[in-house]
Design a protein around this ligand. Sequence first.
Ligand code: COA
Length: 262
Amino acid sequence: MAESQNVVHIERQEKVAVITLNRPDAMNAINFGMLDALTEAIDSVRFDPEIRVLIITGAGEKAFCAGADLKERHEMPEIRVKAFLHTLRRLYSDIEALSKPVISAVNGFALGGGMEMALATDIRIASMNASMGLTETRLAVIPGGGGTQRLPRIIGKAKAKELIFTGRRVDAREALDVGLVNQICEPHLLMDEAMIMAQMICEAGPIAIEQAKYAIDAGLETDLGTGLGIESNAYRVTIPTQDRLEGISAFLEKRKPVYTGR
Ligand code: COA
């Protein structure tokens, strides 16, 4: 189908991949076609060793993603709703588990499943016109793409409960204040800011980044002692690497390191 081919764009800028949700007329809402296209795009990023950082954003100036496509949902039998949620949850877990950092460039509305996608990424940068919220309870359902689990882990239990129970949206400034986003900026600077951060990550050792992400994510789901053990093992992975030796050599030779991921 013509639409499913275009609902997600993926482009490469050196070591950074940019995935753009592309249904601007529907506020980049997620339908089955977009779910499939996104799954494919994430798989292609996962298996491309040249890509070191992924940025996800939305087409147009209004929305990152307004969540599930409510027009499609309106017609959907219950069994399809279940299939949609299953696929959505799996996709977001896949995004979260990518062994490379993922940055959301939130360029407007990020609601329901759209906000949950941003929550599954490692870092969120929002433009000043962002409006973010888990609005599902207002539709008499609950966040089904990981929102009840990821939001409290990011901003704390009480604030997450307030936002989920009320379904209230927060603007960029409040999102920054509560720790929902890492950074805010003027809309025209959003992709530049995301790219600057991505390029900075690309300067670091790829294996180190992979292991740091793993240690933080796996460690936070356990007690401190186990987490420190995870960190210790993750560090060990970096010790026999060529990149570790290159980092020290470059420092001593007063030059920029050239990391190869070996
Ligand atoms: N699914 C399908 N279409 C959607 C959509 C969604 N989640 N969100 C927006 N759209 C469509 C609108 O139906 C409209 O299409 P139309 O021109 O064919 O009527 C178009 O996008 C523009 O939206 P509109 O509501 O006119 O813009 P707005 O600026 O007044 O409001 C939102 C924008 C995002 C606040 C509003 O559309 C909204 O609340 N959307 C639903 C978000 C939501 O509850 N998501 C959670 C789903 S679990």
